[in-house]
Design a protein around this ligand. Structure first.
Ligand SMILES: NC(=O)c1ccc[n+]([C@@H]2O[C@H](COP(=O)([O-])OP(=O)(O)OC[C@H]3O[C@@H](n4cnc5c(N)ncnc54)[C@H](O)[C@@H]3O)[C@@H](O)[C@H]2O)c1
Length: 371
């Protein structure tokens, strides 16, 4: 068993990583919820079929009353309509402040469930059981919860920390390869911004990670990823500065995701494209060593994505970028690298430079994986 602490005063919590942990999840939950309390398990259809039985059994054995509620899959359903439907269902089922919400699923289930937990009855205890690689290394940690607005991703939300994050890496075995690649993208992000040697390990072991060949290695990579995230969240819970570095690759990534239509590029795929763009701008603007920069771009470009970029509408992407949450005082905040592991926030990148970079990216990815 591996544990990492997110250290934020009375909101501190543990992230527990252990193979087959879901079988005994009830025991882990006992430290946070009184026996006999009602628990709402929020889950996607796919994860319900695969993993809800073992979780429900374990929770009931540990003395909880469990109801299950479905969260529809897909970025297009991560919205206030879904949240409102969940409020209705929980209220109709007599949920109150003595109850808790457990999210079992990927980042969408986690973000939606967390937002419902933060707002229903002014806050219910919330536990994360992330089941995708991306949610295990990133979205379940740090307390950013929320939903999309038609004008942009994650525009509605809160900072609301879970009581605990319980990670069972064995559930990754049923994930589609494309989803594993998304998680791999976020793992590389941690290396780029914080740990060059971790980045190298992850690049050297790409095939082993994506094929889940070595569960010990995967568990350790998850641990190091959440350790980096926990450090950054512990220092800057509400993203006043330091935590913003976690947005490396996300500014252009979000713009691509939104302008291409949610669902075309998955979040992690868009982040991989965004990191390529940020590395290019880092070389031009900050003098990131071109050998290191180009080699990193080549490694990212070799990662197979679900789509090519031939239909990217650059005007639409620029509009999406201007609606990004990362605009402060009318300026675009970009996370760039002075060196691998040395990020900085830069706010004077011109729209022309972004446009040129998008054209370059579109050309590189016109046939799928970047050439
Ligand atoms: N809150 C944060 O800090 C944060 C950080 C990064 C990303 N996000 C958000 O996370 C979301 C993406 O999350 P995601 O990549 O986990 O995608 P997702 O939640 O859409 O899950 C992907 C798909 O995999 C299925 N699935 C989940 N676990 C499975 C398993 N073990 N086996 C088989 N299928 C499984 C799901 O049902 C879903 O269809 C985005 O909305 C993004 O904005 C949030």
């Amino acid at each position: 068993m591996r544990t990492v602490k997110v250290d934020i005063a009375e909101r501190s919590y543990q992230i527990v990583i252990d193979q087959h942990l879901l079988m005994n999840v009830g025991e882990q939950v006992q430290a946070f919820l009184k026996k006999g309390n009602k628990v709402a398990l929020l889950v996607s259809k796919t994860v319900k079929k695969l993993y809800s039985d073992r979780v429900v059994r374990s929770l009931i054995t540990s003395g909880y009353e469990v109801d299950m509620f479905l969260v529809p899959s897909g970025e297009e359903n991560k919205n206030l309509t879904t949240v409102s439907k969940l409020y209705d269902e929980l209220i109709e089922n007599s949920y109150d402040r003595s109850c808790a919400i457990i999210a079992l699923g990927g980042g969408i289930v986690g973000d939606v469930s967390g937002f419902v937990s933060s707002s229903l009855f002014r806050g219910l205890p919330f536990i994360q059981l992330p089941t995708t690689l991306l949610s295990q290394v990133d979205s379940s940690v740090g307390g950013k919860v929320g939903v999309n607005h038609s004008q942009g991703k994650n525009l509605i939300g809160a900072f609301y920390q879970p009581k605990v994050v319980l990670i069972d890496p064995t559930v990754l075995k049923t994930l589609e390869i494309r989803e594993l690649i998304c998680g791999y993208g976020e793992i590389l992000k941690y290396g780029f911004i914080r740990d060059a040697s971790f980045l190298q390990t992850c690049l050297d072991n790409k095939n082993s990670i994506i094929s889940l060949k070595d569960m010990e290695l995967i568990s350790e990579i998850i641990r190091r990823s959440v350790e980096i995230k926990a450090e950054m969240v512990s220092e800057d819970e509400q993203e006043a500065g330091f935590r913003m570095l976690l947005n490396f690759g996300h500014t252009i990534g979000h713009a691509i995701e939104k302008s291409c239509g949610y669902g075309k590029f998955l979040h992690g795929e868009a982040v991989i494209l965004g990191m390529c763009a940020a590395l290019k701008i880092s070389m031009e603007k900050l003098g990131l060593d071109s050998v290191k920069g180009k080699s990193a771009i080549d490694s990212l470009c070799k990662i197979k994505l679900g789509h090519d970029l031939s239909t990217l509408d650059i005007d639409k992407a620029m509009i999406a970028l201007m609606h990004d949450k990362k605009i402060r005082d009318g300026k675009l905040n970009f996370v760039l690298l002075k060196d691998i592991g040395s990020p900085v926030i830069v706010n004077d990148i011109t729209p022309e430079m972004v446009r040129e970079t998008l054209l370059w990216l579109k050309e590189r990815y016109k046939n799928g994986a970047g050439s």
